[in-house]
Design a binder for this molecule. Structure first.
Ligand code: GLA
Length: 741
C-alpha cells in the first residue's frame, strides 16, 4: 500500500504484505518505512522525495539491500526499526533486557501496522510486535508533525500470562544515516556555562553521551547533530536527535565498519536505565520517553525552525505577550524585608515591569541556603502578616506575582526531614553527602507527593499566584529508596512523579505559568517544556556568557520560552563588568527580565531601563514569533543574530562583539533570513545607549542607518552583505529592519 492516505491497515502476523511501503511527508521531509520481510525498515528519512509512486518505493526497497561482506553473516545485514543481533546488527541494540538472566536476545516480529495521515501534513505509523524469545510485546510509533519533526515512541510490555518478570535494561530509538553525515555536534557545560558546543568527527565506534544525574544536567548533550562536513547555521545537511525527558538519558552516534543496512551510521537516544530500575511484572508496560528527530538541508537554523514551529504549535504554548519580569534573587538573596521589597516593586513599576517573582528565602527557616527546603509555609518571623502585604503591593502597582519553589528537594535541617527522614531519596544505609546543603525528596512516594502538591496548591490559591519558578538545584546521587524490601533505583519514577505534579498543579490552577530552572539551565528539555512555559537558561547574567548560552539554547527552544535578565554592572557570577547598554541588548531578545537591584540604579540608568522596557513591549511580538537566524562568521568573537517576523515584514538583528579579535574589519556580512528580492529600510535603535566602537568611524553606509534609516535592496543585505562597524568588546548594536516592498 502506498502513502496510506487516511487508511488503517492491519496485518496478520503471518502475512505481512510484501508490497507495504508507507510514506509520511511534511515540510520538505519524507519518511519511508518498508513493512516487508517481518521487520520494518526505514528506507529513507530526510529530504522530501516528492510524490513517490509505487515504482519509486519498489526501487527504494530494491536498492536497500547491502553487500554481503567477507567473513560476515551469509545473508545481507538488515538495520530494522528495532535493531537486533538476529539481523546481524552488532551495534547498540534497540532493546536490552532479560528474565533473570535469560531471554536476552529479542526477536521481535511485526504483527500489526496502522497508518494515519494528518490534515496539516505528516501522520503516523504505529507498529506492534510480538517476541517469542524475549516473551515480550512491543510498540513503536513514528509521528511526523507539520513542522517536519519526527517523534518516536517505543514501549515494551510483559504479557499478563508471562511466567516471570522482565527486566528492561534499555529501549532506544535508532535511525540510520548516510555516509555524508560525517561530523557531529553536541553540547556540554557546567553551572553558569551551559550548552557549550563541541564538534567532532563521526568516527568509528560509539560516541555515547550519558546523563546520569537524575536530570539532563548542566552538561546535557541537549541536541546531538550529525551533518555534512563543516556545516554551519545557514548551510549543511543535518540530522538531529533530542530526548524529550527530564531524567537520566543517553544519546549516541554509532558507526560500524559494516554500516547499518544500506546506510552507513546511526544516531539515537533513549532513557538511561539503572540496573533493576524497570522490572515489568506480568501485565506491566514500560513506555520509553519520546525521542525527537529532525532533518534540515539549510544548516542549524533550519533545525531550529522546525523545533520552534513544533513548540509554537503546542496547545498550551503561551500566546499572550510575555510580561517583563523582575526576579528578586540577585537584588536581595535571602534578605527578605517587606519595606525593601516594596521599594523594589516601586522602581519595577516605574520602569515598566509587569511581573515580580519573589525568589528563594520566603519559607520557614530559610534564612540562608542551609535549611528549610520542604517546609513550604511562609516564614512568620520574616513575613509576620504572610506574603499578603507584598502580593497586594505588587498587584496595586499593576503587576503579576510569582513565587519560587524547589519542590523535589529537602533540607536535612527542616521539619519535613525531621518528621519524615525516610522521605529522603537515598539508600537505607543513609544518605551520602549533601549538595548545596540539600538532599532529594522521594516524590515517587505518594505521601511525600501529596504533601508537596497540597502545600504548593494551597499557596497558589491563597495568593492567587500567577507564576511559579520551579527550581531543582542538585544532581540525583544514589537515587534509590526502599521499595519491596530493598533499595530500588527511582529516577524514572521520580521523573514521572515530577510530570504528574506539574500536570496536577496546572489542572487545578489553569492560569498558572511555570518556569523550569535547575541551578540555572540544568534541566532544559522538551519533556519538561511540555508542561512549563519558560526555561531559566543559566544563573549567569553576565551578558558575554549569556549571549553564547542563549544562542545555543535557541537551537531547540524559541526565544519566548527563554528567560533572560538584566544583571548587575559587575556580574555576580563572573565578576566581569559590562555596560548597561550591552546587558540590555542581550536581555532583549528572549523573554526579558531584570535581576539587578533597581533601588541602587542611577536616575540615568532607570531612564535607559524604562526605554528598554518600552522597546521590549514594541518588539516582543516579533521576538516571540519570529524565525531565529545566525550569520556564519569566521570570527567567533563576533555574532550577528536575527529574528525575522513570520511574514518577513520586519526583523531585528543584533550585532555583538564579545571579545577583541585580530580581524580589524568584518568584511561584507550577510543578513540571513531576508528576501533577496525585497527592499528594506534598516535603522540602528539607539534606545539602549551608545555602543562604543574600536574604529575612527563607521563604514560609510552606516551614517544613514544611525541617522534615521537607510534603504537597501535585499540582494545587498542578504546576498552580497554589508561591512559592519568594528565594536569594542562587550558591545552590541541593534538593527531594526523593515520590508518596504
Ligand atoms: C538556583 C536558581 C537561582 C536562584 C537560586 C535560589 O541557583 O537557578 O536563580 O533561584 O537557586 O537558591
Amino acid at each position: 500500500m502506498l502513502n496510506g492516505e487516511g487508511a488503517v491497515q492491519t496485518l496478520p502476523a503471518a502475512e505481512v504484505a510484501p508490497a507495504a511501503v508507507h510514506v509520511l511527508r511534511a515540510a520538505g521531509i519524507s519518511l519511508v518505512v518498508d513493512l516487508a520481510g517481518g521487520m520494518p525498515r526505514v528506507l529513507h528519512w530526510g529530504a522530501d522525495l516528492g510524490d513517490v509512486d509505487e515504482r519509486a518505493t519498489k526501487a527504494l526497497r530494491a536498492t536497500s539491500v547491502p553487500a554481503v561482506l567477507n567473513n560476515s553473516p551469509d545473508v545481507p545485514r538488515v538495520f530494522s526499526v528495532w535493531p537486533t543481533e538476529q539481523d546481524g546488527w552488532a551495534g547498540t541494540p534497540a532493546q536490552a533486557g532479560h528474565r533473570g538472566g535469560t531471554a536476552t536476545t529479542p526477536r521481535p516480529r511485526l504483527v500489526k501496522a496502522d497508518v494515519e495521515s494528518a490534515h496539516d501534513g505528516g501522520g503516523s505509523i504505529r507498529l506492534r510486535f510480538d517476541d517469542d524469545v524475549a516473551g515480550t510485546r512491543a510498540r513503536l510509533t513514528y509521528r511526523l508533525d507539520a513542522a517536519g519533526v519526527l517523534s518516536v515512541d517505543l514501549s515494551v510490555e510483559n504479557p499478563s500470562d508471562a511466567a516471570s518478570a522482565y527486566l528492561v535494561d534499555g529501549l532506544r530509538a535508532l535511525v540510520p544515516l548516510p555516509d555524508r553525515a560525517a561530523e557531529l555536534l553536541d553540547f556540554t557545560g557546567k553551572w553558569c556555562r551551559e550548552r557549550a558546543p563541541q564538534r567532532l568527527p563521526f568516527s568509528f565506534g560509539t560516541h555515547a553521551r550519558r546523563a546520569r544525574r537524575g536530570k539532563p544536567g548542566h552538561d546535557a548533550p541537549f541536541l546531538l547533530v550529525a551533518g555534512t562536513p563543516a556545516f554551519g547555521f545557514a548551510h549543511g545537511e543535518l540530522w538531529g536527535v533530542h530526548l524529550a525527558w527530564s531524567g537520566d538519558g543517553e544519546y549516541l552516534a554509532e558507526r560500524l565498519p559494516e554500516g547499518a543496512g544500506a546506510q552507513s551510521r546511526v544516531i539515537g537516544a533513549g532513557e538511561l536505565l539503572r540496573s533493576g530500575e524497570v522490572v515489568l511484572q506480568p501485565g506491566e508496560r514500560y513506555d520509553a520517553p519520546t525521542v525527537l528527530f529532525t532533518w534540515s538541508d539549510r544548516g542549524l537554523d533550519g533545525l531550529s525552525a522546525r523545533f520552534h514551529r513544533r513548540l509554537r504549535a503546542r496547545r498550551g504554548h503561551p500566546r499572550a505577550p510575555r510580561p517583563l519580569v523582575l526576579n528578586t534573587w540577585e537584588a536581595v538573596y535571602f534578605d527578605h524585608d517587606l519595606e525593601r521589597l516594596v521599594e523594589i516593586a516601586d522602581r519595577a513599576a516605574e520602569v515598566g515591569v509587569e511581573r515580580i517573582v519573589l525568589d528563594d528565602g520566603w519559607f520557614r527557616g530559610r534564612r540562608d541556603a542551609s535549611a528549610g527546603l520542604g517546609d513550604w509555609l511562609v516564614d512568620e518571623r520574616v513575613w509576620p502578616d504572610g506574603l499578603g502585604p507584598f502580593v497586594a503591593a505588587v498587584r496595586d502597582r499593576g503587576m503579576q506575582f510569582g513565587l519560587w519553589f524547589e519542590p523535589e528537594m529537602i533540607s536535612p535541617d527542616s521539619d519535613l526531614a525531621r518528621d519524615h527522614p525516610d522521605w529522603v531519596l537515598a539508600p537505607g544505609q543513609g544518605a551520602g553527602a549533601t549538595a548545596r546543603n540539600q538532599h532529594v525528596l522521594d516524590i515517587a512516594n505518594p505521601d511525600a507527593y501529596a504533601l508537596v502538591l497540597e502545600r504548593i496548591s494551597a499557596l497558589v490559591a491563597e495568593y492567587d499566584i500567577d507564576y511559579l519558578k520551579w527550581d531543582h538545584n542538585r544532581d540525583l546521587v544514589e537515587p534509590v529508596a526502599l521499595r519491596d524490601g530493598g533499595d530500588r533505583p527511582l529516577v524514572h519514577d521520580q521523573t514521572l512523579a515530577l510530570y504528574r505534579l506539574l500536570d496536577e498543579l496546572r489542572a487545578r490552577h489553569p492560569r498558572l505559568e511555570i518556569e523550569t530552572c535547575s541551578g540555572g539551565g540544568g534541566r532544559v528539555d522538551l519533556g519538561i517544556l511540555e508542561r512549563t512555559d519558560r526555561v531559566w537558561a543559566s544563573d549567569c547574567n553576565d551578558p558575554v556568557e549569556r549571549a553564547r548560552i542563549e544562542r545555543w539554547t535557541r537551537l531547540l527552544v524559541p526565544p519566548e520560552l527563554i528567560g533572560s535578565h538584566l544583571g548587575a554592572h559587575r556580574s555576580h557570577t563572573t565578576s566581569r563588568e559590562t555596560d548597561l547598554s550591552f546587558r540590555l541588548a542581550v536581555a532583549l531578545t528572549a523573554h526579558a527580565g531584570i535581576e539587578t537591584d533597581l533601588t541602587v540604579s542611577s536616575p540615568d540608568d532607570l531612564r535607559t531601563i524604562t526605554a528598554w522596557a518600552a522597546l521590549y513591549r514594541e518588539l516582543r511580538e516579533l521576538i516571540h514569533t519570529g524565525d531565529v537566524v545566525n550569520a556564519d562568521l569566521a570570527d567567533d568573537a563576533a555574532m550577528l543574530t536575527g529574528i525575522v517576523a513570520p511574514g518577513g515584514e520586519r526583523a531585528l538583528f543584533t550585532w555583538t562583539r564579545l571579545a577583541t579579535s585580530p580581524d580589524g574589519q568584518s568584511g561584507r556580512v550577510r543578513f540571513p533570513g531576508l528576501d533577496p528580492r525585497a527592499h528594506y529600510r534598516l535603522r540602528v535603535r539607539a534606545e539602549l545607549g551608545a555602543t562604543s566602537r574600536h574604529e575612527v568611524s563607521d563604514p560609510d553606509w552606516m551614517r544613514l542607518a544611525v541617522d534615521g534609516g537607510i534603504e537597501l535592496p535585499g540582494a545587498v543585505l542578504a546576498v552580497a552583505g554589508v561591512p559592519l562597524p568594528t565594536l569594542n568588546p562587550q558591545q552590541a548594536l541593534l538593527f531594526d529592519v523593515e520590508r518596504l516592498a
